[in-house]
Design a protein around this ligand. Structure first.
Ligand code: GTP
Ligand code: MG
Length: 370
């Protein structure tokens, strides 16, 4: 049968390539991450990692769909950066997100009501910036664990009067593991108990050498309270984005990631999506995680009805039959039959995984009680 590249297998299972190679070594297979292994061997590895073996015909289904979606995409253009704010508890993540939004979204914009959709975008002199406004590591990690790299840049907030704390370090580690550039926002600069030099020092211990010390990590002094430094922070983000040369195809079927979803009593499933490629339009047939449905209505973060959304733009949609998990990928499909097949397959796979986990727990409990 067909083979699979070791690194692809690792990615599909959301485990480190190193671990896969180790497991193969135990089976007596000496391979490198670029090598191709046969299906039987891959099945053994998958079993070892506790996943069910998914036959090629099923993954083929997903690949076909993906290919069909990608086919029509084109017109590659610069896209806005997607930014996540992380940092220690109480260092001002929420305040900063609120202040940026408040500063940049013109008040009373066309009668819009500010909604929480898990992300928002602002216009600056240097272009649009999108913020994921579910701050914290949970959201970031949830997305990453599903293989959905939604964030381009991580802003780490460090309170100037408190310094580098455990969750600051964690944020640095997360960003590094994801290979995402870091910008430091030294917050609460309005306070008279700040100690910037100490913060720089503590950051250097984590091998974050800021530009103030001749290093290559940008640091901006801000106050989420007074608004000081906010424009500079946005400019720094834009400069970082320009260096990264972020692009995406604008035309064609949309693809992206679910940032949040919930079941609303009156409106049914409400899902916040971040478009990564292509353009999402009202009426599109969306497959998100295990569910698919036609986009019945689409709104932006100001509650405004919109008809389409391009790369890096967050939207809220109605029309899915149920709430897909945050971090799931979504895809616009033209073939309803294929969408149903893939959705059914995913539901079955989830069910199997759940059963397997339950069995495993039952076994573990049995042994623990012996
Ligand atoms: P968690 O969500 O609990 O992790 O906290 P957070 O990082 O979102 O911090 P939050 O924005 O809730 O701010 C924590 C406290 O610090 C609040 O009382 C804010 O008013 C205060 N605060 C945030 N930014 C500033 C600032 O720039 N200056 C001053 N003086 N206080 C600030
Ligand atoms: Mg908060």
């Amino acid at each position: 049968g067909e083979g699979i590249v070791v690194s692809d297998l690792a990615q599909k299972m959301a485990v480190k390539v190193r671990e896969v190679i180790k497991s193969l070594m135990k089976m007596g297979e000496m391979v490198r991450e670029g090598d191709i292994i046969d299906q039987t061997t891959a099945a053994l590895v998958i079993e070892e990692f506790g996943h069910n073996f998914i036959a090629v015909s099923d993954t083929q289904l997903e690949d076909d769909l993906q290919e069909a979606a990608t086919e029509k995409q084109g017109n590659v253009q610069t896209r806005p950066p997607v930014v996540t704010i992380m940092g220690h508890v109480d260092h001002g993540k929420t305040s900063l997100l609120d202040k940026i939004r408040e500063t940049k979204v013109a008040s009373g914009e066309a009668g819009g009501i500010t909604q929480h959709i898990g992300a928002y975008h602002v216009g600056t002199d240097r272009g649009v910036i999108t913020f994921l406004d579910t701050p914290g590591h949970a959201a970031f990690t949830a997305m990453r664990s599903r293989g959905a790299q939604a964030t381009d840049i991580v802003v780490i907030v460090v309170a100037a009067d408190d310094g580098v704390m455990p969750q600051t370090e964690e944020a640095i580690d997360h960003a590094r593991a994801a290979g995402t550039p870091i910008i430091i926002a030294m917050n609460k600069m309005d306070k008279d108990t700040t100690d910037p030099e100490r913060v720089l020092n503590e950051l250097s211990v984590k091998e974050i050498i800021t530009d103030a010390w001749g290093g290559d990590t940008s640091l901006v002094k801000v106050s989420a309270k007074t608004g000081m430094g906010i424009d500079e922070l946005l400019e720094t983000i834009s400069i970082q984005a320009e260096i990264m040369e972020l692009t995406a195809p604008v035309d064609g079927a949309a693809q992206g990631v679910v940032i949040e979803s919930r079941l609303d009593k009156g409106r049914g499933a409400v899902a916040s999506l971040l478009v990564k490629k292509g353009t999402l339009k009202q009426g599109d047939l969306v497959l998100a995680g295990e569910f698919y449905g036609k986009v019945r209505a689409m709104t932006d973060e100001n509650g405004e009805r919109i008809k389409s959304a391009g790369p890096s733009i967050p939207v809220e949609i109605l029309g899915l039959p149920d709430a897909p998990m945050a971090g799931s990928e979504f895809l616009v499909v033209s073939d309803e039959k294929k969408a149903r097949e893939v959705a059914d397959f995913r539901i079955a796979r989830e069910r199997e995984r759940l059963l397997e986990r339950q069995n495993k727990m039952r076994l573990e409990n049995m042994f623990a009680n012996m």
